[in-house]
Design a protein around this ligand. Structure first.
Ligand code: COA
Length: 381
């Protein structure tokens, strides 16, 4: 192609490819996965059903769901070697680095010989996805407990995806409204078109690399505070404010100082993130059983003040931050929870990219020093 197009910085507003996985419609504040509005999926489906939908392109029948859930339960365990690797993680390392390393190690266990041909096969990638869907929560729960010097709790083979995760982290399954709020967060975080981490997985897939490499890259992109890391920052902000009575003034001061408020704003949505009302509702529902009314009050005041002052709305990280805190997770582990969910969207995009691939390789405009005069022969010896 001879004609060169200069894209805006950050590729904002640029359509780079087609997808059948999800559609974000900022103008009507809507997000659909494979044609289903995400709000409906969150109300009516389990995370397992939504995971199936994203990767298999349609909702499962009862028997398909049964087989899918049975496989997910069967694959939850980790090898002795991977458990040893987790036991060696430096306790003070970043949790996303631990997850990244756990996934990377498992990728070597699953596939000793790299095969670019089978890596393009959708069924091979669905099989790898199934393994990661089942094992990522176990990697996270084992590393979570290792950090605290606690013994790992092996996965259950009867509990649901979300129930089992609580069980592996805390040794018990909490009240149904808490499990439901977590399951809803998994559904809402599952997929969001060409966000930074998904685009990363597609770029890596486009080189004919394998699914594990793509997912490891996705984890790296998700770690950043402008992407997945925002839910952690939201809770740090709320803890810093401490008292709902101080929330309005805190926000006014922060805006006057031109600070970026984490959990607000979105590259795609300008009139509000379509996932927020659903997550806010489930966060509110669990707040009373967790004595978290204070966080709900603070949420309302911060949201009101930001919308009134700047017309900027909360994104999904705003309600998930306090929700995960009330569920009992340590703040630095919020972003790994996002990985447990987004493995579904990443895998759907990896399969789609591999099926109709072209290497993603943009150009750049050179703005460095002008060409220098030739180095004299022998001058660098
Ligand atoms: N707090 C304060 N101001 C914000 C803001 C926020 N969270 N988000 C956007 N703005 C303001 C910017 O200061 C800028 O104002 P200006 O034009 O007066 O300079 C304007 O809105 C545009 O912001 P910009 O950062 O250029 O938009 P973007 O599309 O590049 O960024 C985000 C989108 C998500 C990166 C951005 O909103 C942000 O950093 N949010 C906080 C991090 C976050 O919650 N990330 C999770 C995303 S799901």
């Amino acid at each position: 192609m001879s004609e060169k197009i200069k894209a805006p910085k950050g590729l904002a507003g640029v359509i780079v490819d087609e997808t059948k996985v999800s559609k974000v419609m900022p103008e009507i504040n809507s997000l659909v996965y494979r044609g289903y509005p995400v709000q409906e999926l969150a109300e009516l489906c389990s995370f397992e059903e939504v995971a199936y939908l994203l990767v298999h392109e349609d909702l499962p029948t009862q028997s398909q769901l049964h087989d899918f859930a049975a496989k997910e339960k069967k694959y939850r365990g980790l090898s002795d070697h991977l458990q040893q690797v987790i036991a060696l993680f430096p306790a003070d390392a970043h949790p996303m680095d631990k997850v990244r390393t756990g996934i990377s190690y498992f990728g070597m266990e699953d596939k000793l010989i790299w095969d670019p041909d089978s890596d393009r096969d959708p069924q091979t990638n669905r099989d790898k996805f199934m393994l990661l869907l089942a094992k990522i929560p176990t990697i996270i729960a084992y590393a979570y407990r290792q950090e605290k010097g606690q013994k790992p709790i092996p996965p259950s083979d009867t509990l649901s995806f979300s129930e089992n995760f609580f069980y592996m982290c805390f040794g018990e399954v909490p009240a149904p409204e808490v499990v439901k709020a977590f399951d809803v967060s998994m559904i809402l975080y599952a997929e969001h078109s060409f966000n930074a981490s998904t685009f990363t997985t597609r770029v890596i897939t486009s080189t004919l690399s394998d699914l594990y490499s793509a997912v490891v890259g996705g984890v790296g992109a998700l770690k950043g505070p402008l992407h997945g890391g925002a839910n952690e920052q939201v809770m740090h902000t709320m803890l810093e404010i401490e008292d709902p009575g101080k929330a309005r003034q805190w926000m006014l001061d922060a805006l006057r100082e031109k600070r970026k408020i984490m959990g607000f704003g979105h590259r795609v949505y300008t009139n509000g993130d379509s996932r927020v009302p659903t997550m806010k509702k489930y966060m509110q529902q669990m707040a009373s059983s967790k004595k978290g009314e204070k966080w709900v009050d603070m949420y309302e005041i911060l949201e009101q003040t930001m919308v009134e002052q700047k017309g900027i709305y909360p994104n999904l990280d705003f309600p998930t931050g306090p929700a995960y805190y009330m569920m009992g997770f340590d703040i630095q582990w919020f972003t790994p929870l996002f990985v447990m969910s987004r493995i579904t969207g990443w895998s759907a995009h990896i399969i789609e990219q591999a099926a109709d691939n072209r290497l993603i390789r943009p150009l750049s405009e050179y703005t460095g020093v002008a060409q220098r005069s030739p180095l004299p022969v022998g001058s660098r010896k």
